[in-house]
Design a protein around this ligand. Structure first.
Ligand code: BGC
Length: 779
């Protein structure tokens, strides 16, 4: 448990340097603006444990797969977002001694990540090995408004000693991924150019041939006077440096302002890229530091205006929810349908920055409610763009007729994952992609998208399901063998209930959408059917037969759905019987032991209850929850949030709070002991869901949004905003009343608990504690 960061509503603060947590702090203090991001490393050299991580969105390398036993159908490569331009690093030396917090004595230290402003800063007093004393104050950010810009202001104050201070400011593209499969470098064909105080570096990624470039301009001042120094220039392959030397003495204050523009051929023409970066950085210089900072802060202020959540009475939860929202918006801003949300965002290399089902199942609802519908639409368009590859992927595995299997892990639509039990068997991801289409359409009402893009994806996925099941003579049912459900702690099982259920739902939803389009725009349907060679009479009939005769395992005696056919045959035990020193299981038990155990990594049957709650009554939910949750070890970051939402439905507020906090503070408290690898970005959306869908009780039903607020004991109030069909709503409540305010847009009906109110300005409803009296509108 992490106790070294101060709890504050808007900031992460490290008081006093904790080198033993440096890797964790670097992850937590990461910065990003959707286009690029970086870990919160120090600017000057640090020879202690660190991971210099700088990542450019969408720029990846296909790292050749390394696997013991090659299986047909495996992907050739694992795509990795590359460690890219190290833009904020410096080398500082005083009288020849390089400043390095690993060597120097840290006399005082303070570091903060200000989430309100999106700024990382640090102040420290150091005693160098040579006895000189200096203070450093730095401030940096990835510009939210101008997404090509990274800005650093670095101040050095000489407290004791005199002599030559050397400041070397550089851009380094000669960098490596820590997670490279073959210890290769991924950048080649570097080029550099220098001009006055400006320098530019560029290089190409091997194989994928993305070009990335960065240009910097430096400004140095001494005691408030801008210096006109001719810098030393170092130019070598993929590296440029502007170095300055000046004579200093105690009391002197030197400020380096470094502005960097960086981007890739995703956004600029290949040949013009370096020149464009020079232009962008020159424009930044002309705007000036203060104006840039203000534009950045204003951008974050607007974002917070829409997406903030205020929790009264619980600072730790308050800090955590803001941290989660902050990291999500640092990772993905939704202005480009080629980008997606890697499970670690820009905070580390694990998971390669690739796309998982996490996006559809967890992140989409967050962006739907806190940003323009365009943002969530981009996430859906991303998959639509990749439909041809998903069809090719399915074909490779033996499916035909336009069936699509979207990859478990991908960058460009091709499968990257190479553990057979996940690559080939964890097919439920297809279901989450279909579900996201439904979720988006239900939320936005955007039928245009559904007809023009969504239905095509739905049909391809349904075709996959129709071929993936087979008829079992003994059962006289359609069954699905050789599957891995969301619970990756058992593989190759038969009849995973969740996968079957979502497959069946997908077939009926696609059928319904087809009927809807057919009745509303028969011509458009004919055109699409023709394009997809969709033979309604055979395919729809076959789907219907599968729907009618699909096997769904359940145990009538226990009154639960079976996670898979053999689940009850496993030796049964509860998770709290596992000794603490054996958790997490994946670090302590052999894989074989884990697979044979009944312990569940993350919501599986319960994931189905979360998605399809309207299909079940509370008794069914209670029985399944009470059976499965105690067997769940929550060793995926995606697990606790789903349980938090379900626990709210069951009036188990204490459990819901525990689960919500576990997701919310997963990284802040380093609960899974893996924050050093990066933050769990995708599950951060789960935190938002646990608060808004769990305690806020937000649901969309029959074209109506509604809320069923509740408060955990630790909270005295909750306030959040959501966008809904052209409106902006604020929901604020304490233990007395709920205030629903229409901030923007036309009046609308809104449900509160079971009542529907017409909201044109503000409505107040009495708060209802679980099992308490019914509400009544007061205004
Ligand atoms: C989970 C998956 C998830 C992946 C990336 C795994 O540990 O089991 O469900 O997609 O992490 O977040």
């Amino acid at each position: 448990m992490n106790t070294y960061l101060t709890i504050d509503p808007w900031k992460l603060m490290e008081q006093g340097f904790h080198p033993e947590h440096q890797m964790v702090t670097e992850s937590l203090f990461s910065l990003g603006n959707g286009r690029f991001g970086q870990r919160g490393c120090f600017e000057e050299t640090y020879t202690g444990k660190t991971l210099q991580g700088n990542y450019l969105a969408g720029v990846y390398y296909p790292d050749k797969t390394r696997v013991g036993w090659w299986k047909n159908g495996y992907p050739e490569y694992f795509a990795k977002v590359l460690n890219a331009i190290d833009w904020s690093s410096l080398r500082i030396s005083m009288e020849g001694e390089e400043v390095d917090l690993h060597q120097a004595t840290c006399e005082s230290f303070y570091r903060e990540l200000d989430m309100k402003r999106g700024v990382l800063s640090r102040q420290c007093d150091l005693k160098l090995v040579n006895g000189d004393r200096i203070s450093i104050a730095s401030e940096r950010y990835c510009h939210a408004e101008y997404p090509d810009l990274g800005i650093l202001r670095y101040q050095i104050r000489i407290r004791e000693g005199k002599g030559t201070l050397a400041v070397q400011s550089y851009l380094d593209l000669d960098v490596q991924n820590q997670d490279a499969n073959w210890e290769e470098k991924f950048w080649e064909d570097g080029q550099t150019q220098m001009d006055g105080q400006t320098a530019v570096v560029s290089a190409y990624t091997r194989k994928t041939r993305f070009r990335a470039a960065a240009a910097m301009v430096n400004q140095l001042s001494l005691n408030g006077t801008i210096l006109d120094l001719d810098p030393f220039r170092v130019q070598r392959d993929k590296y440029v440096e502007l170095g300055y030397e000046l004579d200093v003495e105690a009391g002197d204050e030197i400020i380096l302002t470094k502005m960097v523009s960086m981007s890739s051929t995703l956004y600029y023409d290949e040949t013009r890229l370096p020149a464009e970066m020079m232009t962008r950085v020159e424009e930044a210089r002309l705007k000036g530091y203060s104006a840039l900072l203000k534009a950045h802060e204003d951008h974050w202020a607007r974002k917070w205006q829409e997406a903030d959540i205020v929790i009264d009475g619980d600072l730790s939860a308050q800090q955590a929810i803001r941290f989660n929202i902050f990291q999500l918006y640092q990772t993905y801003t939704g202005d480009d349908d080629r980008l997606n949300i890697g499970p670690k965002g820009f905070t580390g290399e694990k998971y390669g920055g690739s796309t998982y089902w996490d996006t559809e199942a967890y992140c989409l609802p967050f962006y739907l409610a806190t940003a323009s519908p365009q943002v969530a639409r981009q996430l859906l368009l991303y998959r639509h763009r990749q439909l041809p590859q998903a069809i090719a992927n399915a074909r490779k595995l033996g499916f035909s007729g336009g069936a699509a299997l979207f990859p478990m892990v991908t960058m460009n639509g091709e499968e990257c994952h190479n553990e057979w039990e996940i690559t080939f068997e964890e097919i439920h991801r297809n279901g989450a992609i279909a579900y996201a289409i439904h979720d988006y359409v239900r939320y936005t009402g955007d039928r245009d998208y559904l007809w023009s893009h969504g239905l095509e994806v739905l049909i391809a996925i349904s075709r996959f399901w129709a071929q993936r099941v087979h008829w079992s003579s003994p059962q006289q049912r359609y069954v699905m063998h050789g599957v891995t459900g969301p619970n990756e702690y058992e593989n190759n099982v038969n009849n995973n209930w969740y996968t079957l259920y979502i497959a069946r739902w997908c077939l009926t939803y696609t059928r319904d959408v087809i009927h809807e389009l057919k009745s509303q725009d028969p011509k458009a349907w004919l055109q699409l059917a023709d394009q997809l060679k969709f033979y309604e009479h055979t395919e729809l009939r076959q789907w219907q037969e599968i729907v009618d005769f699909l096997y769904l395992p359940e145990d009538k005696e226990l009154g639960i759905f079976l996670q898979q056919d053999g689940y009850l045959e496993k030796e049964q035990a509860l998770a709290d019987s596992i000794p603490a020193d054996q958790r997490p299981l994946n670090e302590h038990w052999s894989w074989d032991r884990i697979l044979r155990s009944c312990f569940i990594k993350q919501a599986d049957v319960l994931q189905g209850f979360y998605f399809f709650e309207e299909d079940f009554d509370l008794d069914q939910l209670r029985r399944n929850y009470q059976y499965y949750e105690p067997r769940t070890v929550h060793e995926s970051s995606l697990s606790p949030c789903v349980h938090a939402i379900l626990a709210c439905s069951l009036d188990e507020d204490e459990k819901a709070y525990e689960m919500m906090m576990r997701t919310a503070r997963l990284d802040l408290d380093n609960i899974n002991n893996d924050t050093k690898d990066g933050c769990h970005i995708t599950s951060m959306a789960g935190t938002w869901m646990a608060v808004v869908k769990g305690f806020g009780g937000m649901r969309v039903r029959d074209d109506q949004v509604g809320f069923s607020p509740r408060l955990p004991e630790a909270w005295s109030g909750l306030n959040f905003r959501v966008r809904w069909r052209g409106r902006s709503l604020e929901i604020a409540f304490d233990r007395q009343e709920i205030r629903m305010t229409l901030l923007e847009g036309a009046p609308l009906p809104v449900r509160c608990y079971e009542e529907v109110y017409s909201l044109s300005d503000e409505i107040r409803v009495r708060f209802r504690s679980p099992n308490g009296p019914s509400p009544g509108a007061e205004h």
